[in-house]
Structure formats: C-alpha cells, structure tokens
Design a binder for this molecule. Structure first.
Ligand code: NAD
Length: 385
C-alpha cells in the first residue's frame, strides 16, 4: 500500500499533513510512503528528514496522485489533482464538503473515498482526531500574538522607576476552543481579560483562566445547542449580546472574536458603533472571518483601518504557525488512520459512527447524510452533480 504526502497547493498554506516523526507505526505495517519534494519545508521538515524517516521523496506530483492508495491532505484537492487520483483511493483532509460540495465532484466520480476532518463527530472516542479543536487552539493563540504585535501598547502592567503602565484590556467573544486559548494567552501576557459567550457553561472555564465572564440575560431562551455547541439565537437575543459588546468595546484595547454556530454563517455581533467606541489604535481580530465574520465591518481576508482601529480578518492563522499546527494535525490524522488500517490492510467499516460521520463519499455515492442532502437539494434545484 502506498501513502502519498503532497505539497499543499492552496495559496498561503504552509502546513503538511504528516511529518517524518509520524512514520513509525505506518512503516511498521509495511506501508510505503512517497512525499512530494518540499512538502514539509515550511513546517520544519526538509526532504532529507522524510528520507531519513524511511520515505521516498520525489518531484513527480503526478505519480503520487496516480499511485497513492491513501492520501492525507490538509486542504481539499484541486479539481486538477482530483482528475489524476487513483480510482478507489482514500483522501482525508479539511475537504469543506458543507461549504462547497460540488468542488469534490471529480473525486466522487472516480469512486475515491473521501473523509473530511471537519465532519468527525465530536464525541469522546474521537477527541484524539479532532483537528478542528487542534487548529482552533493554534488560531486562538496566534490571534492574541498578532494583536499584541499590532497594539501600540504593552500587555502587562509594568511598575517602573518612570511610573506604572496599566495592563492592556482584552475582550474575548465566544469562549469555545479558540476563545479559551485566546484568554489563556492574553492572561499569560499579563492582560486584564473579559469574555462573553451565550453558553452559560463557558462561564466556569473562563473564570478558571483568571478572566471575568460577562453574563447576558437572554430572556429565558436556551442558548445551548447539541454537543456543547451554541444554538442559533433570535435577533432579540442577539441584540442583548450586541449591546453588551458595544459597552465592553468602549474600554477594550483588543477584541478577539470567535463566535460560531455550526453549519450557519457567523453571527454578526459587533456593530460599527462598537468598533468606533474602541480606544484609539485598538485592535480587533475576527477569527470568525472564514464563516463571514462576527463584526459587520469585517471583510474576510482583508486588513482594514476603521477610524484608527486595526481590524484583522485572517482566513488561515494556523498556517502562520506551521510547525506546531502540522504536528497537531499529523497526530489527528494518524489517530484517524488507526481506525481504517489494521496490519497494513484497509478495514473500512462504514457502520462505525466516526467513519460514517466523516465519510463524504464512498463508491461514487455521498455517505454523510448532511452532505448527501445538500448534493440532492442542489440537484433538485437544477445544479448538476
Ligand atoms: P464554535 O467554534 O462553534 O463556537 C465558538 C464559540 O462561540 C462557542 O463557545 C459558542 O458558544 C460561541 N457563540 C456562538 N454564538 C454566540 C453568540 N451569539 N454570542 C456569543 N458567543 C457565541 O465552537 P467550538 O469552540 O468548536 O466548541 C464549543 C464547545 O464544544 C467547546 O467549548 C466544548 O464544550 C465542545 N467541544 C466538545 C468536543 C468533544 O467532545 N470532542 C470537542 C470540541 C468542542
């Protein structure tokens, strides 16, 4: 069996799906590994490290695409790459099947089995494969570092002979995986941190990190969706959050906003007035930018200056920390591979809850019910599969 590792082709992508340190268990099962030259260069893994770990390195991308039985990736393959895949191969990665299901048509038509890391059910058994959490952790950290770098102030309180400097005030919106990491990072840098989340359960985690949790009375509606996620709120409930955010923004130097509702556009929580109310030269990092952003002024991927406030809307912060982002992602991939590989042989049990949830398509047909429904609805509304 051949496992291929490609150099990611998406613009600005620096991560790699597997690092040389991940190879032992695969090689021990008799699996051959072929790596595209330069695949790990930005993630601290030069070609020589892959060779030393037991892989073959080649500049021939087409031969990897045509021969690999297993292809772990970071991002979805381009349609050009999909057209060269070996029929029946297995592709694993952040495939975005719910955002752009038809972007995978070519691979589905070639009977490639597609597993999407975003669709792995977030149950205890699959925690070690939870790449969304891994990348959110990296993004939460990097968002605070980016803000600290752009802020013309210091984060910690300093008591010097020249007088005392007040600590920076950081406001984190959405205390999920990314938000909690942002809080922890800002606290380590010495900032005073406040945080808001619609899920009351987040309060205890926020306080345990030494930050202040801001509560909003949502008028009795439940903000808890399934699996620890937030539910989509009514406009009235969202407005109560927006009012709190505008009030808190007025004394914040940095806002890091991460609020998301699975499968929905990011809630617009930060009004223009809130940005205008921030102190001069403040920084707002909108980590929800890939889902449209939490701020009504956000333009995903574009840095703006709004009346002196720097508004960052990064689309791929984990790619700015490629070594550790790749390390965490590679471990998630390895743990996933352990589910489908036994002694070097493929064992695809699509009755397994984790595999069935993550499987976009198998044997030319959609598997995950949400993806299947999306493809079917689009076919019914006249778009071609
Ligand atoms: P997410 O990225 O979907 O959302 C980020 C945060 O935004 C969440 O905390 C959410 O409550 C918050 N939010 C949504 N709408 C909001 C609004 N209108 N105002 C303010 N905040 C809003 O979520 P996530 O970070 O991926 O995960 C959230 C939670 O899911 C975690 O804290 C955890 O409890 C649970 N989780 C469980 C597992 C597991 O069991 N394997 C894995 C990961 C996460």
């Amino acid at each position: 069996m051949l496992l291929g590792i490609l150099k990611e082709s998406a613009l600005g992508e620096t991560r790699v799906a597997l690092l040389p340190e991940s190879f032992n268990s695969l090689l021990a099962q008799g699996i051959h590994i072929s790596v595209e030259s330069g695949a790990g260069a930005a993630a601290g893994a030069p070609d020589e490290a892959y060779v030393q770990a037991g892989a073959t390195v080649t500049a021939n991308r087409a031969s990897i695409l045509a021969n690999a039985d297993l292809l772990p990736l970071v991002n979805a393959p381009s349609s050009g790459d999909q057209a060269q895949l070996k029929p029946g191969a297995i592709v694993i990665g952040f495939l975005k099947p719910l955002d752009a299901p038809h972007a995978l048509d070519e691979a589905i038509a070639r009977s490639v089995t597609l597993f999407s890391m975003e669709l792995i059910p977030r149950i205890s058994r699959a925690q070690s494969m939870d790449a969304l959490s891994s990348m959110a952790t990296v993004a939460g950290y990097k968002a605070v570092i980016a803000a600290a770098d752009r802020l013309p102030r210091l984060f910690p309180m300093l008591m010097t002979a020249a007088g005392t400097i007040a600590p920076a005030r950081v406001f984190v919106i959405g205390a999920g995986v990314a938000g909690l990491q942002a809080i922890a990072t800002a606290r380590r840098l010495g900032a005073v941190v406040e945080a808001y989340d619609v899920r009351a359960a987040a309060g205890e985690q926020v306080r345990s990190l030494g930050a202040k949790f801001l509560d909003v009375d949502l008028g009795g509606i439940s903000a808890e969706g399934g699996g620890g996620y937030a539910a989509e709120l009514t406009e009235e409930a969202l407005d109560r959050g927006r009012d709190l955010i505008t009030r808190t923004a007025a004394h914040s130097d940095v806002i890091v906003t991460t609020a998301q509702v699975p499968g929905r556009p990011a809630p617009k929580l930060i009004r223009r007035q809130a940005v205008e109310a921030m102190r001069p030269a403040s920084v707002l990092v909108d980590l929800a930018a890939p889902a449209g952003g939490n701020c009504e002024l956000t333009r995903p991927g574009v840095e703006q200056n709004v009346d002196g406030v720097t508004l960052l809307a990064p689309l791929n912060l984990p790619a700015e920390v490629p070594v550790h982002a790749s390390q965490l992602y590679a471990r998630n991939i390895l743990n996933f591979l352990a589910l489908i590989l036994k002694k070097g042989e493929l064992t695809l049990d699509l009755a397994d809850e984790v595999l069935a949830g993550a499987c976009v398509a198998h044997d030319g047909k959609p598997v995950n019910p949400r993806v299947a429904k999306l493809l079917l609805t689009e076919m019914e509304t006249g778009q071609l599969l």
